[in-house]
Ligand binder design. Structure first.
Ligand code: SF4
Length: 397
Protein backbone atom coordinates (compact mmCIF):
# COMPACT_ATOMS: atom_id res chain seq x y z
CA UNK A 1 0.00 0.00 0.00
CA UNK A 2 1.45 3.32 -0.92
CA UNK A 3 1.76 6.01 1.71
CA UNK A 4 1.83 9.73 1.04
CA UNK A 5 5.15 11.39 1.73
CA UNK A 6 3.36 14.42 3.00
CA UNK A 7 5.06 16.62 0.42
CA UNK A 8 3.15 19.80 -0.32
CA UNK A 9 1.19 19.34 -3.51
CA UNK A 10 0.86 22.99 -4.45
CA UNK A 11 3.59 23.72 -6.95
CA UNK A 12 4.75 27.12 -7.97
CA UNK A 13 8.19 28.34 -8.66
CA UNK A 14 11.05 26.42 -7.10
CA UNK A 15 10.57 23.26 -9.04
CA UNK A 16 12.62 24.58 -11.92
CA UNK A 17 11.30 23.27 -15.19
CA UNK A 18 10.88 19.70 -13.92
CA UNK A 19 8.54 18.18 -11.32
CA UNK A 20 9.97 16.84 -8.08
CA UNK A 21 9.57 13.10 -7.53
CA UNK A 22 9.29 11.46 -4.13
CA UNK A 23 12.59 9.88 -3.16
CA UNK A 24 10.92 6.71 -1.88
CA UNK A 25 7.68 5.26 -0.71
CA UNK A 26 7.42 6.09 2.96
CA UNK A 27 7.51 3.34 5.54
CA UNK A 28 4.08 2.97 7.04
CA UNK A 29 4.23 4.12 10.63
CA UNK A 30 1.59 4.93 13.20
CA UNK A 31 1.05 8.61 13.78
CA UNK A 32 1.48 10.41 17.07
CA UNK A 33 0.89 14.05 17.92
CA UNK A 34 3.68 16.06 19.49
CA UNK A 35 1.61 19.02 20.55
CA UNK A 36 0.15 20.26 17.28
CA UNK A 37 2.79 18.57 15.12
CA UNK A 38 1.90 15.15 13.72
CA UNK A 39 4.81 12.72 13.56
CA UNK A 40 4.58 9.53 11.54
CA UNK A 41 1.96 8.23 9.14
CA UNK A 42 1.69 10.57 6.20
CA UNK A 43 2.74 13.66 8.16
CA UNK A 44 5.56 15.70 6.63
CA UNK A 45 8.93 14.83 8.14
CA UNK A 46 9.58 17.38 10.87
CA UNK A 47 12.81 19.04 11.93
CA UNK A 48 13.78 19.18 15.56
CA UNK A 49 16.55 20.69 17.60
CA UNK A 50 17.52 21.10 21.22
CA UNK A 51 18.21 24.22 23.22
CA UNK A 52 21.68 24.81 24.63
CA UNK A 53 20.63 27.31 27.27
CA UNK A 54 20.12 26.46 30.91
CA UNK A 55 16.50 25.38 30.91
CA UNK A 56 16.04 27.03 34.28
CA UNK A 57 16.83 30.35 32.56
CA UNK A 58 13.35 30.73 31.10
CA UNK A 59 13.98 33.94 29.15
CA UNK A 60 17.17 32.73 27.48
CA UNK A 61 15.56 29.41 26.64
CA UNK A 62 12.48 31.06 25.15
CA UNK A 63 14.71 33.44 23.19
CA UNK A 64 16.61 30.52 21.71
CA UNK A 65 13.38 28.68 20.95
CA UNK A 66 12.16 31.79 19.10
CA UNK A 67 15.35 31.79 17.03
CA UNK A 68 14.96 28.09 16.29
CA UNK A 69 11.35 28.60 15.30
CA UNK A 70 12.36 31.41 12.94
CA UNK A 71 14.94 29.09 11.36
CA UNK A 72 12.27 26.46 10.64
CA UNK A 73 12.45 24.25 13.72
CA UNK A 74 9.12 22.53 14.33
CA UNK A 75 9.71 20.75 17.62
CA UNK A 76 12.21 21.68 20.31
CA UNK A 77 13.70 19.65 23.10
CA UNK A 78 14.95 21.05 26.38
CA UNK A 79 17.14 19.27 28.90
CA UNK A 80 15.80 18.77 32.39
CA UNK A 81 18.63 17.67 34.66
CA UNK A 82 17.58 19.47 37.85
CA UNK A 83 14.61 20.59 39.90
CA UNK A 84 15.23 24.19 38.79
CA UNK A 85 14.86 23.05 35.19
CA UNK A 86 11.72 21.10 35.99
CA UNK A 87 10.31 24.19 37.68
CA UNK A 88 10.91 26.20 34.49
CA UNK A 89 9.06 23.77 32.24
CA UNK A 90 5.51 25.11 32.75
CA UNK A 91 6.46 28.64 31.63
CA UNK A 92 8.52 27.36 28.71
CA UNK A 93 5.83 24.94 27.54
CA UNK A 94 3.17 27.65 27.80
CA UNK A 95 5.07 30.38 25.98
CA UNK A 96 6.97 28.41 23.35
CA UNK A 97 5.64 28.90 19.81
CA UNK A 98 6.51 25.27 18.98
CA UNK A 99 5.95 22.03 20.91
CA UNK A 100 8.43 21.43 23.71
CA UNK A 101 9.79 18.00 24.55
CA UNK A 102 11.40 17.53 27.95
CA UNK A 103 14.55 15.44 27.82
CA UNK A 104 14.82 13.32 30.94
CA UNK A 105 17.78 11.33 32.15
CA UNK A 106 18.43 9.73 35.52
CA UNK A 107 15.36 10.90 37.46
CA UNK A 108 11.91 9.45 36.76
CA UNK A 109 10.34 12.19 38.90
CA UNK A 110 11.11 14.72 36.17
CA UNK A 111 9.06 12.69 33.70
CA UNK A 112 6.01 13.35 35.83
CA UNK A 113 7.00 16.99 36.28
CA UNK A 114 7.28 17.42 32.51
CA UNK A 115 3.87 15.85 31.93
CA UNK A 116 2.34 18.08 34.60
CA UNK A 117 4.11 21.09 33.09
CA UNK A 118 2.25 20.69 29.81
CA UNK A 119 5.20 19.55 27.71
CA UNK A 120 4.16 18.17 24.34
CA UNK A 121 6.19 14.99 24.83
CA UNK A 122 8.84 13.48 27.04
CA UNK A 123 12.04 11.86 25.91
CA UNK A 124 13.34 9.14 28.18
CA UNK A 125 16.58 7.26 27.89
CA UNK A 126 15.94 3.89 29.49
CA UNK A 127 19.67 3.22 29.84
CA UNK A 128 20.06 6.33 31.94
CA UNK A 129 17.01 6.29 34.17
CA UNK A 130 17.45 4.49 37.44
CA UNK A 131 14.86 1.82 38.09
CA UNK A 132 13.08 2.96 34.94
CA UNK A 133 11.49 -0.41 34.27
CA UNK A 134 9.69 -0.32 37.63
CA UNK A 135 8.26 3.09 36.84
CA UNK A 136 6.92 2.35 33.37
CA UNK A 137 3.38 1.57 34.54
CA UNK A 138 3.12 4.84 36.42
CA UNK A 139 4.66 6.82 33.55
CA UNK A 140 2.37 5.17 31.01
CA UNK A 141 -0.69 6.05 33.06
CA UNK A 142 0.34 9.67 33.56
CA UNK A 143 1.29 10.12 29.91
CA UNK A 144 -1.90 8.49 28.70
CA UNK A 145 -4.08 10.62 30.96
CA UNK A 146 -2.36 13.76 29.68
CA UNK A 147 -2.24 12.62 26.02
CA UNK A 148 1.53 13.04 26.04
CA UNK A 149 3.65 10.79 23.83
CA UNK A 150 6.94 9.33 24.96
CA UNK A 151 10.11 9.13 22.92
CA UNK A 152 12.18 6.15 23.82
CA UNK A 153 15.59 7.49 23.01
CA UNK A 154 18.26 4.82 23.07
CA UNK A 155 21.77 6.13 22.80
CA UNK A 156 24.90 4.09 22.09
CA UNK A 157 26.76 5.98 24.79
CA UNK A 158 24.33 5.01 27.52
CA UNK A 159 23.13 1.58 26.50
CA UNK A 160 21.53 -0.54 29.19
CA UNK A 161 24.28 -2.51 30.98
CA UNK A 162 22.45 -5.81 30.46
CA UNK A 163 22.57 -5.34 26.70
CA UNK A 164 26.17 -4.20 26.75
CA UNK A 165 27.05 -7.45 28.50
CA UNK A 166 25.03 -9.47 26.02
CA UNK A 167 26.38 -7.85 22.85
CA UNK A 168 29.78 -6.60 24.03
CA UNK A 169 29.18 -3.14 22.57
CA UNK A 170 26.46 -0.94 21.12
CA UNK A 171 25.71 -2.96 18.00
CA UNK A 172 22.63 -2.26 15.87
CA UNK A 173 21.03 -5.35 17.37
CA UNK A 174 21.73 -4.12 20.91
CA UNK A 175 20.26 -0.68 20.21
CA UNK A 176 17.15 -2.18 18.65
CA UNK A 177 16.67 -4.72 21.40
CA UNK A 178 16.94 -2.00 24.03
CA UNK A 179 14.35 0.16 22.29
CA UNK A 180 11.89 -2.65 21.63
CA UNK A 181 12.27 -4.00 25.16
CA UNK A 182 11.27 -0.64 26.57
CA UNK A 183 8.39 -0.41 24.11
CA UNK A 184 7.17 -3.79 25.26
CA UNK A 185 7.08 -2.55 28.86
CA UNK A 186 4.87 0.35 27.79
CA UNK A 187 2.76 -1.95 25.61
CA UNK A 188 2.06 -4.12 28.66
CA UNK A 189 0.27 -1.05 30.00
CA UNK A 190 -1.53 -0.58 26.70
CA UNK A 191 0.53 2.52 25.91
CA UNK A 192 1.61 2.91 22.29
CA UNK A 193 1.88 6.67 21.96
CA UNK A 194 5.58 6.22 21.30
CA UNK A 195 8.31 7.24 18.94
CA UNK A 196 11.77 5.79 18.97
CA UNK A 197 15.34 6.78 18.31
CA UNK A 198 18.39 4.51 18.28
CA UNK A 199 21.31 6.87 17.93
CA UNK A 200 24.94 6.07 17.36
CA UNK A 201 27.82 8.32 16.38
CA UNK A 202 28.82 5.98 13.54
CA UNK A 203 26.44 6.46 10.61
CA UNK A 204 27.04 2.89 9.44
CA UNK A 205 25.88 1.43 12.75
CA UNK A 206 23.09 3.97 13.04
CA UNK A 207 21.74 3.24 9.56
CA UNK A 208 21.68 -0.48 10.22
CA UNK A 209 20.01 0.00 13.61
CA UNK A 210 17.20 2.08 12.11
CA UNK A 211 16.76 -0.37 9.24
CA UNK A 212 16.33 -3.22 11.69
CA UNK A 213 14.05 -1.16 13.89
CA UNK A 214 11.91 -0.09 10.94
CA UNK A 215 11.38 -3.72 10.00
CA UNK A 216 10.33 -4.74 13.49
CA UNK A 217 7.78 -2.14 14.54
CA UNK A 218 5.46 0.52 13.22
CA UNK A 219 6.36 3.25 15.67
CA UNK A 220 7.40 6.57 14.14
CA UNK A 221 11.16 6.99 14.11
CA UNK A 222 13.20 9.99 15.17
CA UNK A 223 16.45 9.96 13.19
CA UNK A 224 19.68 11.18 14.68
CA UNK A 225 23.41 10.61 14.51
CA UNK A 226 24.46 11.29 18.06
CA UNK A 227 27.57 13.30 18.82
CA UNK A 228 28.00 13.81 15.10
CA UNK A 229 30.75 16.36 15.68
CA UNK A 230 31.55 19.91 14.63
CA UNK A 231 29.50 21.56 11.90
CA UNK A 232 31.38 20.27 8.86
CA UNK A 233 31.75 16.66 9.97
CA UNK A 234 28.36 16.53 11.66
CA UNK A 235 26.59 17.92 8.64
CA UNK A 236 28.11 15.32 6.37
CA UNK A 237 27.52 12.43 8.77
CA UNK A 238 23.90 13.45 9.24
CA UNK A 239 23.27 14.08 5.56
CA UNK A 240 24.74 10.70 4.62
CA UNK A 241 22.92 8.76 7.33
CA UNK A 242 19.57 10.51 6.96
CA UNK A 243 19.86 10.36 3.19
CA UNK A 244 20.43 6.60 3.27
CA UNK A 245 17.42 6.06 5.52
CA UNK A 246 15.03 8.63 4.10
CA UNK A 247 15.74 7.34 0.61
CA UNK A 248 14.33 4.03 1.86
CA UNK A 249 11.29 5.74 3.32
CA UNK A 250 12.59 5.40 6.90
CA UNK A 251 12.31 8.35 9.27
CA UNK A 252 9.46 10.55 10.50
CA UNK A 253 11.27 13.35 12.29
CA UNK A 254 14.93 14.33 12.29
CA UNK A 255 17.40 16.04 14.54
CA UNK A 256 20.84 16.98 13.29
CA UNK A 257 23.29 17.05 16.22
CA UNK A 258 26.13 19.49 15.75
CA UNK A 259 28.74 20.97 18.03
CA UNK A 260 27.48 24.30 16.78
CA UNK A 261 24.60 26.69 17.55
CA UNK A 262 21.30 24.80 17.29
CA UNK A 263 20.01 27.13 14.58
CA UNK A 264 22.67 25.56 12.35
CA UNK A 265 21.21 22.13 13.10
CA UNK A 266 17.84 23.32 11.91
CA UNK A 267 19.24 24.81 8.72
CA UNK A 268 21.04 21.55 7.94
CA UNK A 269 17.97 19.48 8.75
CA UNK A 270 15.76 21.54 6.49
CA UNK A 271 18.35 21.45 3.73
CA UNK A 272 18.56 17.66 3.92
CA UNK A 273 14.80 17.36 3.54
CA UNK A 274 14.73 19.88 0.71
CA UNK A 275 17.58 18.13 -1.08
CA UNK A 276 15.67 14.86 -1.01
CA UNK A 277 12.50 16.52 -2.25
CA UNK A 278 10.82 15.70 1.07
CA UNK A 279 10.06 19.32 1.71
CA UNK A 280 9.16 22.05 -0.68
CA UNK A 281 12.37 23.76 -1.63
CA UNK A 282 12.91 27.36 -0.62
CA UNK A 283 15.62 29.28 -2.35
CA UNK A 284 17.86 26.88 -4.22
CA UNK A 285 20.98 28.27 -5.83
CA UNK A 286 22.31 26.03 -8.58
CA UNK A 287 25.80 27.40 -9.06
CA UNK A 288 28.69 25.84 -10.87
CA UNK A 289 31.96 25.15 -9.06
CA UNK A 290 33.78 27.33 -11.56
CA UNK A 291 36.77 26.15 -13.55
CA UNK A 292 39.35 27.43 -15.98
CA UNK A 293 36.60 28.34 -18.45
CA UNK A 294 34.81 30.70 -16.06
CA UNK A 295 34.46 34.21 -17.37
CA UNK A 296 33.07 35.72 -14.17
CA UNK A 297 33.77 35.34 -10.46
CA UNK A 298 31.19 32.62 -9.85
CA UNK A 299 31.79 32.40 -6.09
CA UNK A 300 31.11 36.08 -5.51
CA UNK A 301 28.18 36.08 -7.90
CA UNK A 302 26.57 33.08 -6.17
CA UNK A 303 27.14 34.61 -2.74
CA UNK A 304 25.68 37.96 -3.75
CA UNK A 305 22.61 36.36 -5.30
CA UNK A 306 22.14 34.16 -2.22
CA UNK A 307 22.45 37.17 0.09
CA UNK A 308 20.16 39.28 -2.06
CA UNK A 309 17.44 36.63 -2.05
CA UNK A 310 17.80 35.60 1.58
CA UNK A 311 14.35 34.93 3.04
CA UNK A 312 12.80 35.17 -0.40
CA UNK A 313 9.10 34.55 0.05
CA UNK A 314 8.51 31.94 -2.64
CA UNK A 315 10.39 28.76 -3.58
CA UNK A 316 12.81 29.55 -6.34
CA UNK A 317 15.58 27.74 -8.19
CA UNK A 318 18.22 30.14 -9.42
CA UNK A 319 21.10 29.01 -11.64
CA UNK A 320 24.35 30.96 -11.48
CA UNK A 321 26.72 29.62 -14.12
CA UNK A 322 30.18 30.77 -15.02
CA UNK A 323 30.35 30.24 -18.78
CA UNK A 324 28.45 29.11 -21.83
CA UNK A 325 29.50 25.42 -21.69
CA UNK A 326 26.85 24.20 -19.23
CA UNK A 327 25.48 27.60 -18.34
CA UNK A 328 22.59 27.96 -20.77
CA UNK A 329 21.37 24.41 -20.14
CA UNK A 330 21.27 24.80 -16.36
CA UNK A 331 19.91 28.34 -16.55
CA UNK A 332 17.12 27.14 -18.82
CA UNK A 333 16.14 24.38 -16.36
CA UNK A 334 15.86 26.78 -13.42
CA UNK A 335 13.15 29.32 -12.63
CA UNK A 336 15.70 32.02 -13.10
CA UNK A 337 19.29 31.90 -14.20
CA UNK A 338 22.33 33.50 -15.66
CA UNK A 339 24.89 32.11 -18.07
CA UNK A 340 27.89 34.40 -18.06
CA UNK A 341 30.53 35.12 -20.66
CA UNK A 342 32.58 37.94 -22.18
CA UNK A 343 31.69 40.37 -19.40
CA UNK A 344 27.97 39.82 -19.88
CA UNK A 345 25.23 37.68 -18.46
CA UNK A 346 22.41 36.08 -20.39
CA UNK A 347 19.39 36.19 -18.07
CA UNK A 348 16.92 33.31 -18.28
CA UNK A 349 13.41 33.27 -16.84
CA UNK A 350 11.45 30.02 -17.04
CA UNK A 351 13.67 28.65 -19.76
CA UNK A 352 13.72 31.72 -22.00
CA UNK A 353 16.46 34.30 -22.49
CA UNK A 354 14.85 37.60 -21.57
CA UNK A 355 17.85 39.88 -21.78
CA UNK A 356 21.61 40.18 -21.76
CA UNK A 357 23.15 42.55 -19.22
CA UNK A 358 26.67 43.70 -18.37
CA UNK A 359 28.38 41.65 -15.66
CA UNK A 360 28.01 44.51 -13.17
CA UNK A 361 24.20 44.28 -13.47
CA UNK A 362 23.78 40.52 -13.19
CA UNK A 363 22.98 40.41 -9.48
CA UNK A 364 20.50 43.28 -9.46
CA UNK A 365 18.80 41.94 -12.59
CA UNK A 366 18.38 38.48 -11.09
CA UNK A 367 16.93 39.98 -7.92
CA UNK A 368 14.55 42.20 -9.89
CA UNK A 369 13.36 39.23 -11.91
CA UNK A 370 12.93 37.17 -8.75
CA UNK A 371 10.73 39.96 -7.36
CA UNK A 372 8.72 39.93 -10.54
CA UNK A 373 8.18 36.17 -10.25
CA UNK A 374 7.04 36.62 -6.64
CA UNK A 375 4.60 39.33 -7.67
CA UNK A 376 3.23 37.12 -10.44
CA UNK A 377 2.57 34.53 -7.74
CA UNK A 378 0.52 37.03 -5.78
CA UNK A 379 3.16 38.05 -3.24
CA UNK A 380 3.03 41.80 -2.90
CA UNK A 381 6.34 43.59 -2.76
CA UNK A 382 6.47 47.17 -1.53
CA UNK A 383 8.61 50.00 -2.86
CA UNK A 384 11.40 49.28 -0.42
CA UNK A 385 11.76 45.79 -1.81
CA UNK A 386 10.16 44.19 1.22
CA UNK A 387 7.46 41.67 0.53
CA UNK A 388 4.28 41.79 2.53
CA UNK A 389 3.47 38.71 4.47
CA UNK A 390 4.33 37.05 7.74
CA UNK A 391 8.05 36.87 8.42
CA UNK A 392 9.00 37.97 4.95
CA UNK A 393 11.79 40.47 4.47
CA UNK A 394 13.24 40.69 1.01
CA UNK A 395 15.65 43.52 0.45
CA UNK A 396 17.23 44.55 -2.80
CA UNK A 397 20.90 45.26 -2.12
S1 SF4 B 1 29.63 26.25 -16.12
FE1 SF4 B 1 31.51 26.79 -17.22
S2 SF4 B 1 32.73 27.81 -15.65
FE2 SF4 B 1 31.19 26.71 -14.54
S3 SF4 B 1 32.18 24.77 -14.06
FE3 SF4 B 1 31.00 24.47 -15.96
S4 SF4 B 1 32.49 24.80 -17.57
FE4 SF4 B 1 33.38 25.67 -15.69
Amino acid sequence: MSVSLGIPTVRGAGQGQGAARPVAERRKSRQIMVGGVPVGGDAPISVQSMTTTLTADVNSTLQQIAELNAAGCQIVRVACPSQDDADALPAIARKSPIPVIADIHFQPKYVFAAIDAGCAAVRVNPGNIKKFDDKVGEIARAAKDAGVPIRIGVNAGSLDKRLLEKYGKATPEALVESALWECSLFEEHDFRDIKISVKHNDPVVMIEAYRQLAAQCDYPLHLGVTEAGPAFQGTIKSAVAFGALLSQGIGDTIRVSLSAPPVEEVKVGNQILESLGLRERGLEIVSCPSCGRAQVDVYTLAEEVTAGLKDFPVPLRVAVMGCVVNGPGEAREADLGVASGNGKGQIFVKGEVIKTVPESQIVETLIEEAMRIAEEMGVEIDEDGAADGPGVQVTVK
